[in-house]
Design a protein around this ligand. Structure first.
Ligand code: ADP
Ligand code: MG
Length: 811
């Protein structure tokens, strides 16, 4: 969040107009359990001025809100959610300051204004600040840091630490609540059923049975069933109806009818057993469902556990233990055999084998020696490493992966909006069907209790709860499965598009189809040219630049100093050296741009090198083309399989590259790619993407996230080959972390499985309703469904949808 904070910005809020700075916030909502709930929460959030977008996921209980930084604060979001009858998961920390007086309030509030704070209280007696914060957005360390920066001395902090385990605790508190209600419901319901049996065999009289049943059913109805009644009232206040409405309506009808019969106001028989049994069954079902839902996002939670909280750092001649959040770039961290690596960094000493499966999905341990990158959350299986930290702990790649995956869990697929609308309309339909059932049975002259019983069954069985769960639960499990394979899905919409609308896959060449580790294969112009070219390229991140620099260093050439360098994307670089020399390195475009002439012998050599499969760059010194460098890059061995796989699925494959056509054509030919667009600047790639779209339909683009950012974002699905850099900033909807192109095959397969899973879920959910409503209404002769079995069926539908989604964990 700090990258949008700029110290120059005056800290004044102006109106509610969009200031141009938006920020995405993830909140965990408490109390949602059906599709209507998520719509209600979404509506409430959107009604807050300054909220630009909001989407709510039922399966992860999370909502993703895009807010205008300057006009919304967290407490307004919290109030909106609470007004709608729900709550936001918050955590509290108490920070003890060395001094705190009433005058400090304003300063503290102002300092905390920009971070994820819901509420701040001050205790001037013991000089502490009690902060309610959003653990998904801010850590206690960041809070203390903010206070320190505002000039306060922090004495101690009391509370949990950085925490990705909030789902578990939120779910666990829900489970405890259900359990408490079940402990009452199960024995009492069992007792009612025994009494009923005794009554059937005339072992106790009917009036006695009714009195006992009423006594036992009342706590079940109003204590165990309170969850539903409360939910129904909340929905009613918001002028909506949801599954709680149906369950509360169904059971209360049965209960009240029975009470009226018991006191003699209505003729007929009581059925206290039904109302109690329905509540018990649905609670048991809910318990199982919530428990298994906990498994849905277990992968991401486990990932969070992989980053150690502390690290051993070399300070002077000794090692000290510090928390990862205290690590600064450049700190030397010691890792011993068998330990998890706590930071992202470069090996500076030692060597060993590192299991990177948690990040890349690749199980083969990799050998790491000085100069190589290691990532937090990976495992040193053998050896000893001293790692120089490149990023402070909370910016480690693993934290970014977790943050992105959590956000994606809350993304809504297009299918889901439709399902939500259907299920919220369906609730009203069910209420109408219940009433119609009641009236129909009375009209045909059936006893009142028969009519009420059928109505209860209809209300209970038809609850569209499973329907609301069908899409999001598969999305959550699927995203978790993907992250296990080293695939970070930033937006789940991409999964649906990849399966349903993408017709053509466009590949970047360098670094995507090729290894991106080119080597200088020929130098025309001698060592002087190479040394100058390398000097000019020193500051460039481009793989070609690195290859040129490495080649010069390997030859033991001395590099000069650069005063200024101009990096031209897709073209090359122009650098001014300390001694005044102007060096340009790049392709034909740089020659055209600088209006230079290539001597004919050099241009002939260039063509020959290109025909041999090299990428060729010219080196111009002080306006004179003095040499040519040829760089060869190997095709990734897995690229052949990937192209073959996509072609067999009927997708068109295309290469779009900034490199020269001759070389591009050569590589495309080897891979079996028929369409090649070469010599493109980053902006041209966007045009090609749009052209492909109009010709074929949906376009997926795969490239490296930094160079190809524009193309990736203009494609329908942008897939970035992540290189362990800052993936939150990289473009693209999906990032492949393993640096393996065949992860694309995994991705395509998994996307299809997720979509199939959703379809199966929707079928399950619809089938229950479609088949059981007529039976519950008693329309089908010879078939009846007692309310308790209706409750059981309802519970089973949610459970079967959840279990079906969990199958994706092995997809
Ligand atoms: P691709 O689209 O294949 O990934 P890029 O767009 O990154 O390729 O670069 C395209 C071409 O631009 C390269 O083949 C090279 O000729 C030239 N180029 C880009 N950056 C540099 C650089 N730093 N030094 C030399 N040549 C460069
Ligand atoms: Mg590239």
């Amino acid at each position: 969040m700090s990258d949008t904070d700029s110290p120059e910005m005056p800290n004044i809020k102006v109106g509610v107009r969009f200031s141009g700075k938006s920020r995405e916030v993830t909140l965990k909502i408490i109390g949602m359990h059906c599709a209507t709930c998520s719509l209600t929460v979404q509506k409430a959030l959107l009604s807050v001025p300054g909220v630009l977008a909001s989407s709510v996921s039922l399966a992860s209980d999370e909502t993703r809100v895009v807010i205008d930084e300057d006009s919304v604060n967290y407490s307004e979001l919290l109030r909106a959610v609470q007004r709608a009858g729900y709550d936001v998961y918050r955590e509290e920390t108490t920070i003890l300051l060395s001094s705190l007086s009433p005058g400090d309030e304003v300063a503290i509030l102002r300092a905390l204004d920009r971070v994820g704070i819901f509420n701040v209280r001050f205790n001037f007696i013991n000089q502490s600040v009690i902060i309610e914060y959003n653990p998904l957005d801010v850590t206690v360390d960041e809070l203390t840091q903010t206070l320190r920066e505002a000039g306060f001395k922090v004495i101690s902090v009391r509370s949990g630490e950085i925490d990705w385990d909030v789902d578990r605790r939120a779910v666990e508190s829900d489970l405890r609540d259900i359990l408490r209600r079940l402990i009452v419901a199960i024995p009492l319901t069992t007792a009612i059923l025994i009494m009923m049996l005794l009554n059937t065999y005339s072992l106790i009289s009917t009036p006695l049975y009714n009195a006992l049943a009423l006594t036992l059913a009342t706590p079940v109805q109003f204590y165990s069933g309170w969850r539903f009644i409360k939910g129904a009232v909340r929905a009613f206040k918001n002028a909506t109806a949801n599954m709680d409405t149906l369950v509360a309506l169904g059971t209360l009808t049965a209960y009240i009818f029975s009470v009226l019969v018991f006191v003699g106001l209505l003729p007929g028989i009581t059925f206290f057993d039904s109302s109690a049994a329905v509540i018990t069954f649905i609670l048991v079902g809910r318990y199982i469902e919530v428990r298994s839902r906990l498994n849905a996002s277990s992968t991401i939670r486990n990932l969070a556990k992989l980053q150690p909280r502390t690290a051993r750092v070399i300070r002077g001649s000794s090692e000290v233990e510090v928390t990862v959040d205290e690590l600064r770039p450049g700190d030397l961290v010691v890792i011993r055999q068998g330990e998890l690596i706590p930071v992202d960094g470069i090996v500076s000493e030692g060597e060993g084998y590192v299991d990177e499966s948690s990040m890349s999905g690749e199980y083969m341990p990799r050998h790491k020696k000085p100069g190589e990158l290691v990532l937090a959350g990976t495992h040193l299986v053998r050896g000893y490493l001293v790692v120089s930290t490149t990023r402070s702990g909370r910016y480690a790649l693993i934290s970014q992966v977790i943050k992105l995956a959590r956000q994606a869990q809350a993304s809504r697929l297009p299918i889901q909006s439709l399902v939500d609308k259907v299920s919220s309309a369906f609730t009203w339909f069910v209420i109408a069907s219940g009433i119609a059932t009641l009236i129909a049975w009375i009209t045909v002259g059936a006893p009142m209790y028969v009519a009420v019983e059928h109505m209860t069954s209809v209300l209970v069985v038809a609850c569209p709860c499973a329907l609301g769960l069908a899409t999001p639960i598969s999305v959550v499990v699927g995203i978790n499965r993907a992250s296990q394979k080293g695939i970070v899905i930033k937006d789940a919409n991409a999964v649906e598009k990849l399966t349903r609308s993408v017709r053509v896959v466009a590949f970047d060449k360098t670094g995507t189809l090729t290894l991106g580790k080119p080597k200088v294969t020929a130098v025309i112009g001698g060592n002087e040219v190479l040394a100058l070219a390398a000097t000019a390229e020193v500051k460039s991140e481009h793989p070609l630049a690195k290859a040129i620099v490495n080649s010069a260093l390997e030859k033991g050439l001395r590099l000069g100093n650069v005063v200024s360098a101009d990096f031209l994307q897709g073209i090359g670089v122009v650098s001014q050296l300390a001694d005044g020399t102007l060096v340009a390195v790049g392709n034909e475009k740089i020659i055209e741009g600088l209006e230079l002439k290539v001597p004919s012998n050099l241009s002939e050599t260039a063509s020959r090198l290109r025909a041999e499969g090299n990428t060729v760059v010219y080196v111009a010194i002080n306006g004179e083309v003095r040499g040519v460098l040829a760089l060869g890059d190997e095709i990734r061995p897995e690229a052949f399989r990937v192209i073959d796989f996509l072609s067999r699925l009927g997708l068109t494959t295309v290469m779009i590259t900034g490199d020269n056509y001759i070389n591009a054509r050569l590589i495309a030919g080897k891979l079996g790619i028929k369409e090649v667009y070469a010599g493109l600047l980053p902006g041209d790639k966007v045009k090609v993407i749009n052209e492909l779209r109009s010709r074929y339909g949906g376009v997926a683009m795969i490239g490296d996230g930094i160079n190809d950012a524009a193309a990736l974002s203009s494609a329908d699905v942008g897939i970035a080959m992540g290189h362990g850099s800052d993936i939150t900033k990289e473009a693209g909807d999906i990032v492949l972390l393993g640096d393996r192109l065949d992860q694309l095959i995994d991705l395509v397969k998994l996307s299809r499985k997720i979509l199939n899973n959703i379809r199966t879920n929707l079928v399950y959910a619809f089938l229950y309703n479609a088949i059981l409503i007529p039976i519950a209404a008693g329309v089908i002769p010879g078939l009846t469904l007692r309310p308790e079995f209706a409750g059981l069926a309802m519970a089973l539908s949610s459970i079967s949808v959840t279990l079906n989604a969990l199958r994706l964990r092995r997809a």
